[in-house]
Structure formats: structure tokens, C-alpha cells
Design a protein around this ligand. Structure first.
Ligand code: TRP
Length: 368
């Protein structure tokens, strides 16, 4: 093994990226990119994976290739430092997937907790197929996507996979495939480590309605591309603490979505810059830390309006520059697509090297 440090991660292009993606993974990727600690960073737009449960909606996937690329670039991924590519344009990934399928059982896939949860969410029945009994059945491609994800990761010999916690079972399954491959054939593949967000709020940012997760279908997302007005409106309508009816009432911090967002976004400097949000006509506070804000909220006397104004200011400070850069980049979509084309070409070279080693290890390199 070469001892190189390599990152691979990615997203399905099924919609624009939201602030849950940002704190869950994207912000970290940009930091890792700029840390200079990695020999190579690959970020993939997982269109082939998106098609595993959107086979009937190719337009959605196609439209979101550029949208996700814009989100990446606007958030600070730099194509000079990070290879940004499109999954379907690295055909070696499909080939690897097919060979890895022999190393995984149907039963093991059925136990994958993320696959299970997604099957339930999408109404894919495990009992029946699309044979007229009204049940949707599970597309084989969807069922096998953890194997394809193992191909994505191992093709680049990634050592580090920064993702949200829902992806942890995929990395575990990848590790099993690597061990199985290496012990069956030859030690070609690298076992990756998962890199999870470092605080609970970032791990699973709830939607603005307080629901478990931000999701386009629930309409509870704040997008990186949202306008300043939309952002303010969404924060204004956010779920807080239903028992905090009057400002003077004691409030709850746990399970209060505004506080969860503050845990994910608030930094000490924000008190210097946006402390005025806590200066009112009747009451004023001079907070220096988020803990002080929480303490006051628990005691009572701190209203949701002040709190939301503070959160709005912080979010605008974070998203504003991303939005502005995104609008600039969106003026030249062909240039964005060219970045993806070049990235895909580069990614393909790396994947082809691994595939050649894999085929040699499997003794199917007959003509060499
Ligand atoms: N499954 C990931 C998602 O739902 C996308 C993805 C595909 C991915 N292949 C990957 C993430 C490899 C990390 C590594 O967004």
C-alpha cells in the first residue's frame, strides 16, 4: 500500500443542496481540501446512483448535475485542488460493481439499515415485484447500490470518506467487500474510514419544521441558493418550543430547532457582529456565548423573535457569499460543465488503474 491519504465522497443529484448538506458534509470537505493534508480529493456527483430510484425521471437527474456542481463550486470546492466528476462518466465504476456483486450476499444487503429505511420510505416492497399485485417491488439496481458505492470508494483507493451518519452502513459494507476481495484474490483494495460530522447538530440537521431530516419532499429545506428574503421567511416560520407561549415563560432548548441550527452554525465571533439582535426596546441582553443564550431561554424572558433574528443574521452571513458566488458561476454553465468533463476524464484514469489491478488479481487479464 502506498500510504497515501485520499478522499472520495459525493451526493446524488436529485435536488439543489441545502444547509443540511452544508453542515453535514460540504463545509468539512472544503476545510479538508484547504488543509493540504490529502494527496487527492475526489468529489462525485452520483447520477448513476440517483437513477437507481429515479429511473423514470431522467430529466430530474440531468437538471441537477449543474445545480449540484454550482453548489459545490460556490461553497468553495476548487477544481484546481479537488477532482469533481460525474459517476456515469467513469464506466470503470460499473465494471467494478459487477465483480463486487459476487462478494456480497442478498441477505447481507437486506440487513443494511440504510437500504432498509430507504425501501420503506420509497414504498419498495420486499415481498413482491411489479407483477400486478399493486406493490412497487424493489429495483435490483437500487438494492445493489451499496455495492456500487463500494466501487466508487475503492476505485480511487480512498482512505477517508466524509459523509453524514446515514452513510455509515455503506462504508461498513465497503470495508467488508474490501476484506473479502483482498483475502480471496490479492491485497489490491484499501479499507476506507468514515469521517462523520463532529457535532450532533451537524450530524442530522432537522428541517425547519423540526422533522427528523431536511428533505425536499417535505418542503422543510433551506437551500444554499435561497434568496435573502426566502431565508428570512423560512427562519421566521421555524418550529421552536410549543410550550414557550409568552416571552416570560421558561423555554426548552433541547428539540428546539432554532437552537439546533445555532449549534450547527453559531461561532463566538457572531456575538460581536450580530449581538444587536438581542437589543430590544423593553429588554436587552449582552450575550457572549451560545451557552448564555440557552441559559436565558431556559429561565424565560428571551423571545423567539430575537433568537430568530440572530439565527437569520448568522445564516445570511454564511449563505450570502455562497449565493452570490453561485449566481456569478451560473452565468456560464458551459464552463461548469467543462469542469465536470475534465474532472470525469481525470477520475476515469485513476479508476482504470485500479480496475486493471482488480482484473489481474481476479485472473481475468487473459490478453496481457
Ligand atoms: N449515497 C450518497 C448519498 O446518498 C452518495 C454517494 C454515492 C456516495 N457514492 C458515494 C457518498 C461514495 C460517499 C462515497 O448522497
Amino acid at each position: 500500500m502506498s500510504g497515501k491519504k485520499i478522499i472520495l465522497t459525493g451526493d446524488r443529484p436529485t435536488g439543489r443542496l441545502h444547509i443540511g448538506h452544508y453542515v453535514g458534509s460540504l463545509r468539512r470537505r472544503v476545510e479538508l481540501q484547504n488543509s493540504g493534508e490529502f494527496d487527492h480529493i475526489y468529489v462525485m456527483i452520483a447520477d448513476a446512483q440517483a437513477l437507481t430510484d429515479n429511473a423514470d425521471n431522467p430529466d430530474k437527474v440531468r437538471q441537477n448535475i449543474a445545480e449540484v456542481a454550482l453548489d459545490y463550486l460556490a461553497a468553495g470546492l476548487d477544481p484546481e485542488k479537488t477532482t469533481i466528476f460525474v459517476q456515469s462518466h467513469v464506466k470503470e465504476l460499473t465494471e467494478l460493481t459487477f465483480y463486487y456483486m459476487n462478494l456480497v450476499t442478498v441477505q447481507r444487503l437486506q440487513r443494511n439499515p440504510t437500504v432498509k429505511a430507504e425501501m420503506k420510505m420509497r414504498g419498495f416492497s420486499s415481498e413482491e415485484g411489479a407483477d400486478g399485485n399493486g406493490k412497487a417491488g424493489t429495483p435490483v439496481g437500487f438494492f445493489c447500490y451499496p455495492i456500487s458505492q463500494a466501487a466508487d470508494i475503492t476505485a480511487f483507493k480512498a482512505t477517508t470518506v466524509p459523509v453524514g451518519e446515514d452513510q455509515e452502513p455503506m462504508i461498513e459494507q465497503t470495508r467488508e467487500i474490501v476484506r473479502k476481495f483482498n483475502s480471496t484474490y490479492a491485497p489490491v483494495l484499501v479499507e476506507p474510514e468514515v469521517l462523520l460530522p463532529d457535532n450532533a447538530a451537524c450530524m442530522r440537521l432537522p428541517g425547519t419544521d423540526g422533522k427528523a431530516k431536511m428533505s425536499k419532499s417535505l418542503g422543510n429545506c433551506i437551500y444554499l441558493s435561497d434568496s435573502a428574503e426566502d431565508l428570512r421567511e423560512k427562519v421566521r416560520g421555524m418550529y421552536t418550543d410549543p410550550t414557550h407561549l409568552q416571552v416570560s415563560d421558561p423555554g426548552h432548548v433541547e428539540g428546539n430547532t432554532v437552537f439546533t441550527y445555532l449549534d450547527a452554525f453559531c461561532r463566538p465571533e457572531h456575538f460581536e457582529r450580530f449581538g444587536d439582535c438581542f437589543k430590544g426596546k423593553k429588554v436587552s441582553f449582552d450575550f457572549k456565548t451560545l451557552d448564555q443564550v440557552k441559559e436565558q431561554y431556559r429561565k424565560g424572558g428571551l423571545g423567539d423573535v430575537m433568537l430568530k433574528n440572530f439565527l437569520s443574521a448568522i445564516l445570511e452571513d454564511t449563505i450570502g457569499p455562497i449565493r452570490a458566488k453561485r449566481e456569478e458561476l451560473a452565468k456560464d454553465i458551459p464552463a461548469v460543465m467543462e469542469i465536470l468533463r475534465k474532472g470525469s476524464e481525470e477520475a476515469e484514469k485513476a479508476a482504470a488503474r485500479t480496475l486493471a489491478e482488480v482484473k489481474a488479481a481476479m485472473k481475468i487479464n487473459y490478453f496481457e
